[in-house]
Design a protein around this ligand. Structure first.
Ligand SMILES: [Mg+2]
Length: 286
């Protein structure tokens, strides 16, 4: 990983947008701070599209999409997206017929690839598995954000609980044998039957809603993150950044971010935003 001082004006100027993780990247232990939120405004003022990309629930995505200065939110590790406006037919290509569930007068829409009934049945299967796991691994508990989820189930391993890493590994191995995919963030173990991850979720959204060529999108958008479920995006995008706390998760990342901030979480995100925006300001016109 390189320090932010090594980022070049050309690289900063070539960007069309920034994709960012929430937990422990913009948020500090779940809380929004002034530096973190300020970083979003600086990037937006610099003319960049902003896309939140989180393992958090679709319901949370809907709230921040209504309130924050961002263009789209990818939730549940890439399985669904929340956008402003209606999900018209043109938006559906990457979402297998794109169920669009418009909320609150059609101002935001949830993009999903499955209809509601199929989703409910699929999720009920995961809930039964998660219930069984937390009974047998008492250090773990169902995460408190499950009610707002559409596609996956989360077990709290580091948010309000501290689950030993060996228990997490045993749970993951059991789930894998049952054909369930697991993704790990700094706070949650996610159980899912969907094939999506943060990288595929972002590329699908960018190509269907933003008209980006899928390959080119990997060069026009930067990704900022901190932990295990960001690894696929660190591998997929050309320009990637970690906040300083990413160092604690390097063992779980097959590809580290290219640049790393000196500060953690929201302050690290602000530092990255500052560096990108200063370079865009000072760069000579192309
Ligand atoms: Mg995170």
């Amino acid at each position: 990983m390189e320090p932010l001082s090594r980022l070049t004006p050309d690289a900063a100027r070539a960007l069309a947008g920034v994709i960012f993780d929430l937990d422990d990247t913009v948020l500090d232990h779940g809380a929004l701070t002034e530096p973190g939120y300020g970083g979003l405004f600086r990037l937006r003022e610099a003319g960049l599209a902003l896309i939140a990309c989180t393992g958090r629930p679709a319901g949370w995505g809907e709230v921040i999409q209504r309130q924050w200065p961002i263009d789209a939110t990818i939730a549940e590790n890439g399985a669904v997206a929340v956008v402003r406006g209606q999900a018209g037919p043109a938006s559906g290509a990457g979402y297998q017929g794109a169920l669009a569930r418009s909320a609150g007068g059609g101002r935001v829409a949830l993009l999903d690839g499955m209809d509601r009934e199929a989703r409910r049945a699929r999720r009920a299967e995961l809930v039964a598995l998660a219930d069984d796991l937390v009974r047998r691994f008492p250090a773990a508990a169902l995460a408190d954000d499950n009610d707002q989820r559409v596609t996956d189930v989360t077990i709290d391993i580091g948010e309000h609980r501290q689950v030993p890493p060996e228990d997490v590994q045993t749970m993951r191995a059991e789930l894998r044998e049952r054909g369930v995919r697991t993704l790990l963030s700094s706070v949650h173990l996610h159980l899912t039957l969907d094939p999506s991850d943060k990288a595929t979720g972002v590329v699908r959204l960018l190509s269907t809603r933003f008209g980006e060529d899928p390959t080119r999108a990997r060069y026009r958008y930067a990704f900022v993150g901190d932990s295990g479920n960001d690894g696929v995006a660190f591998a997929a995008f050309a320009l990637t950044f970690g906040v300083a706390n990413v160092r604690a998760h390097l063992g779980k990342l097959s590809v580290p971010p290219r640049f790393v901030a000196s500060l953690p979480m929201g302050r690290g995100f602000a530092e990255i935003a500052h560096r990108i925006t200063e370079l865009r300001k000072n760069a000579p016109a192309p």
